[in-house]
Ligand binder design. Sequence first.
Ligand code: SAH
Length: 258
Amino acid sequence: MQSANFDDNFKPKDKVVLIDSKKRIFLITLEIGGKFHSHGGVVDHDLIIGQKEGLNVSTPMGYKLICFHPTLEDIILKMPRGAQVIYPKDIGKILMAADIRPDITVVESGVGSGALSMALLRLNVKLTGYEIREDFLKIALANVESNLGKRNNYILKHRDIYEGIDEAGLDRIILDLPEPQRAVSHAKNALKCGGILLCYLPTINQVSILTEVLRNFGFDYIETTETFERTWNVTTKSVRPDHRMTAHTGFIVKARNT
Ligand code: SAH
């Protein structure tokens, strides 16, 4: 993996998250002589290069920031996007629901910005991505390579998955696109018996249509879930949920091939 180890000192080309006292997060890529411009002034990258994470820096105006190697969540929320990414709270659920583990074969579609791809690749699956838009494929590949390095377990296809799936004997298929029911017959043939098809959908109408089709094609153990994440404000005087939360992202439909 190209991304830094936690005990490595920061070096040129490393990504770094800078966090201020209000928990605002900035993601930068270090360059010798580079500068991070913020509303509170400028930080020279050279102040960070060669130092360990946890370093405190401040601008000449006194704006303070703390520096860390980014987590995958930091990267996903800040990286360049073509299509909307799957949010980290849902990626966490998907990895568990689809029982993702090293060396299994997975087809993913659409690839979008590559957020889910990165989470799957970090678990060393053998991943093939189908994406209908060539411009999104380029963004996804750039995101994967700049954060995880070049991967030989990642194949990208400029393909419409509604037209078919080339692979056979797959362990998992994960679909994040508007009409997954149009890929169900292909998934049925491409998945091994017991394999998992997992779909991520924003509306319950889509879930309803998909579930009907899954039943018709003999999929079993069909489950729909949604995941809520509520952040809290914790200070000495007050402990309460934050006033705002992301109320809805998507539903996850999981089904097993029989
Ligand atoms: N899961 C991705 C986001 C996918 S957004 C991530 O985490 O970053 C949905 C993507 O599906 C878009 O990029 C869209 O172009 C693609 N798409 C839509 N219909 C498709 C189809 N029939 N075949 C392949 N890709 C498709």
